[in-house]
Design a protein around this ligand. Sequence first.
Ligand SMILES: [Zn+2]
Length: 302
Amino acid sequence: MFFKILPIMLLVSSIAYGQTTTPLTYPLNDAVKKVCNNLEDKFKAYKWGEAHCEYFDWINVRKTNAGTPLIWTAFGEEKSPAAANTTLVLCGVHGDEITPVKFCWDLMRELKSNHTFHNKMVVVAPLVSPDSFFKLRPTRTNAAGVDVNRNFPTKDFKSDAYKRWINTYRRDKRKYPGPYANSEQETLFQMNLILRYKPNKIITVHAPLTLLDYDGPSLRAEAGKTAKQVLEQMSEKSAGYKVSNYPIFPGSLGNWAGKEKHIPTYTLELPNSNPLESDKFWLLFKDAVIYAIEHPMKPTVD
Ligand SMILES: [Zn+2]
């Protein structure tokens, strides 16, 4: 069942970040409140200040198998034929990659306080894999031990995912693709956001490979022209950050959304997972990500 938490924006539109204010009564359900409390604890532990989770207008449909709500927030207008600029941003896909979660948070704050959204929509899921992020020692895989970025129903999943895990990765527990495609709620969550919003582009933030990767329509073909321009600009706007054609994997987002669904998919791999470097990464990549968000792209094939 679709359950939308009531808009909070109206309540807090006059509140600026960083201010200490009298707490308002937010219409968050108890499960989402728990996520927010856990986030506050992590923010504190990582010396990130306060999360102010309640400032955002959260939407929640599904939960992880452990019962944790998978939440997202949306800025701007629902897509219309004239407004073909919807961006989906995903962070915290791998729970032990700490800096991407803060990156999404900084982006949400920026979007909420400094942006107008004429003919544009940005959907942000800042914590795709909450159970692994919330662990005392965060892990790459979810509570069931599955890498939720190897669990998408790509055409090669059945034939290659398990085989590859055994032969290439020697059963590396960090890369287990799951018993079958889409076995994990966190994967279904990402997939359903894509099916629901039909984004014109996706930005997924990871760490620590220190590169910018692209999957989607060929950059050499007409369809990839804008995608290429955005990729080049993203690199230029982040001090020439390295662009690398990182391979796709059976069950990965780049494979499913980029290669098979033809949605330009940008993977920003931050330099490391050190929470103390989060501010630095936001400053380095802010303009690149805002540029990509601002830039309209042709509607993609669904
Ligand atoms: Zn990752």
